[in-house]
Design a protein around this ligand. Structure first.
Ligand code: ADP
Ligand code: MG
Length: 614
């Protein structure tokens, strides 16, 4: 004898939506049913805390998947809590009353902890995305009667007394003609591994009399375990699994956040740089689970871009199980989790920063990407800067931190100075550094494109101004040992003539006290784009012509300048002086790492001057 019953109105509505698929991937029905089975096992486990006989009767808990290709059916069975007649009617006939949600409240009141999957009612009904009919055979733990529940997902369901030896639930899905692939064992293995690998109970594929049983999930959710119980090897294996990398993690960060939102993170920083770290189409992000149920791969919202090298999983029980990609982007909880993750990672990096050799492994692999954070992450700007390392003039063999730079500053030094370019060694020989060298003032030598950008926004660090060397306002007068200096009026005539010869190349020609070894040097006017940035932009076709106004600075103490200032007074010598001015300008360009316009002219003149000298 069976009872025909109607679904409650809202169930019909929901089924309508489900059958027309609210999920783009129908395969997630299996995830939902496995998650319910795992829930049922959790519940029985919890009940058994008070009544140990219940668990004894049921034996080791597991979830068995049995495909039947011949009849186009799929069966999912568990030996969990099971359902009685009321449960079937209340839990599968309505959505207002979600069994799991009730159970969660119950557990919360009792203050005990148990793992529960799923807080949202659509789960079970997702079976109708692939089923013509669903049949449930179930028996509740501790009760003697078993029940069957049958529905085609339209209108209502039938309940009848049935026979079942043991507690638990068997769900048989009569697959639609078009969904035959769900009896394919290779495909089933794939889906289970993808979505349910970390379910705490064995998920067994029943291959029939000949094939036997095969456990397909690798087992428990490692992140949910106690840190003390996890070996280094297990962490490392898991890292390989989530990252698809084969190196060892440089950093393993396993934590549980409590408070407003509870979540667990198991994060890794690799030890080697992936080949595509700077490719724009690279997919980043963390794996997201809700109570051990896989939700999504590579959730970019969980990590800022500058930490895109971080791998791992985040699991939160506070997010809804049916959260979609679109919802992830807007969900304020995701933003809060991301915020928490960032501060954990930064804190951990700070701890590791003291061991130079160790930290350099991280820095060499990811420093360039990490520095993007100084530009991007307004809130953590100073902290990211603190964790960054730089080449510097006074520390040629070892990168330094900004704090180390500041600690080595004299009382007179007002600012942190930097220069940008393509290559550390070329930069160290830039004529613009001569005054700094003479005074022993350190300068950061910045060679990554991103350095041009973060230096625009980090204008002070720990109350010290951060300045490009061209903006140094200090008194850079150097103790002069040179015997002669060009006479002021001669010099004026020379610089005027230089401006005439280099018209169109430089905006102006000035004299400076900051040079020692070089006769001339190129710089830009205050507030202008640096020569290096201009070059970068040119290389990226952002800009074709020079944008900034370049200034040629002249060293009045240099013997060549002294001599030139004398010969320009004589009109007959002017042509020769003009030629030399062009060569000097080429030299200044070379010192900046810039290309010279007419290399043939430069080479020819240099050879003839060399010949004249021997
Ligand atoms: P949720 O899991 O979010 O509660 P579902 O639609 O997935 O929503 O399931 C509805 C309810 O049906 C569950 O809360 C549970 O009470 C019951 N249920 C579903 N599957 C099983 C099962 N395998 N064993 C016991 N109860 C189940
Ligand atoms: Mg569910």
């Amino acid at each position: 004898m069976s009872d025909k019953m109607e679904f409650k109105a809202e169930v019909n509505k929901l089924l309508d939506i489900v059958i027309n698929s609210i999920y783009s991937e129908k395969q997630i029905f299996l995830r939902e049913l496995i998650s319910n089975a795992s829930d049922a096992c959790d519940k029985l486990k919890y009940m058994a805390l008070m009544n140990p006989d219940l668990a004894k009767a049921s034996g080791a808990m597991k979830i068995v998947i049995t495909p039947d290709a011949e009849h186009n059916r799929l069966k999912i069975a568990d030996n969990g809590i099971g359902m009685n007649r009321d449960d079937l009617i209340n839990h599968l006939g309505t959505i207002a009353k979600s069994g799991t949600a009730d159970f969660v409240n119950n557990v919360k009141d009792n203050g005990s902890e148990v793992d529960l999957i799923g807080k949202f009612g659509v789960g079970f009904y997702s079976a109708f995305m692939v089923a013509d009919k669903v049949e449930i055979l179930t028996r509740k733990a501790g009760e003697n009667e078993a029940w069957s529940w049958t529905s085609t997902g339209v209108g209502g369901f039938e309940i009848a007394r049935a026979e079942k030896e043991t507690n638990g639930t068997e769900i048989t899905i009569f697959l639609k003609e078009a969904e035959k692939q769900y009896t394919d064992t290779i495909y089933l293995r794939q889906i289970v591994r993808l979505y349910s690998d970390h379910i705490n109970y064995p998920i067994v594929l029943n291959l029939g009399e000949k094939g036997g049983e095969e456990t397909i999930n690798t087992g428990s959710a490692l992140w949910a375990k106690n840190k003390a119980e996890i070996t280094k090897e297990q962490y490392s294996e898991f890292y390989h699994h989530v990252s698809k990398n084969f190196d060892e993690p440089w950093m393993t960060l396993h934590f549980k956040a409590e408070g407003n939102i509870e979540y667990t993170g198991l994060l890794f920083v690799p030890s080697t740089q992936p080949y595509d770290l700077f490719q724009p189409d690279r997919k980043n992000g963390l794996k997201l689970y809700v109570n051990k149920v896989f939700i999504s791969d590579k959730v970019e919202e969980l990590l800022p871009n500058y930490l895109r090298f971080v791998k791992g999983v985040v699991d939160s029980s506070d997010l809804p199980l049916n959260i979609s990609r679109e919802m992830l982007q807007q969900n304020p909880m995701i933003a809060k989790i991301r915020h928490g993750i960032v501060s954990r990672i930064l804190k951990e990096l700070k701890k590791r920063g003291g061991d130079y050799d160790d930290y350099m492994k991280f820095w060499n692999a990811f420093g360039t990407a990490f520095k993007e954070g100084i530009y991007e992450d307004f809130e953590n700007r100073e902290e990211i800067a603190e964790l960054s390392r730089f080449n510097s003039l006074n520390s040629p063999d070892k990168m330094i931190s900004l704090d180390e730079y500041i600690a080595a500053m004299s009382k007179e030094q007002k600012a942190v100075y930097y220069i940008t370019g393509d290559d550390v060694r070329v930069l160290a020989n830039n004529p613009q550094l001569e005054a700094f060298k003479a005074k022993g003032i350190d300068v950061l030598l910045l060679t990554d494109p991103i350095d041009e950008f973060w230096t625009q926004v980090l204008t002070t660090y720990k109350e010290k101004p951060v300045k490009h060397i061209s903006q140094a306002e200090e008194d850079f007068s150097i103790e002069r040992t040179e015997s002669a200096k060009a006479k002021d009026e001669d010099l004026k005539k020379l610089t005027d003539y230089m401006a005439e010869v280099l018209n169109g190349e430089v905006a102006k020609v000035t004299t400076t006290d900051k040079l020692t070894n070089s006769p001339v040097s190129l710089t830009v006017e205050n507030g202008q784009m640096s020569i290096h940035l201009e070059r970068l932009m040119r290389n990226h076709q952002q800009q074709t012509a020079f944008a900034s106004l370049r200034v040629l600075e002249v060293n009045p103490y240099h013997p060549l300048i002294v001599r030139l200032s004398e010969i320009v007074q004589d009109d007959r010598q002017k042509a020769k002086a003009g030629e030399m001015i062009k060569i000097l300008y080429d030299q200044a360009l070379i010192a900046e790492g810039e290309a010279i316009k007419n290399p043939a002219f430069f080479a020819e003149k240099l050879s003839s001057y060399m010949l004249a000298a021997i």
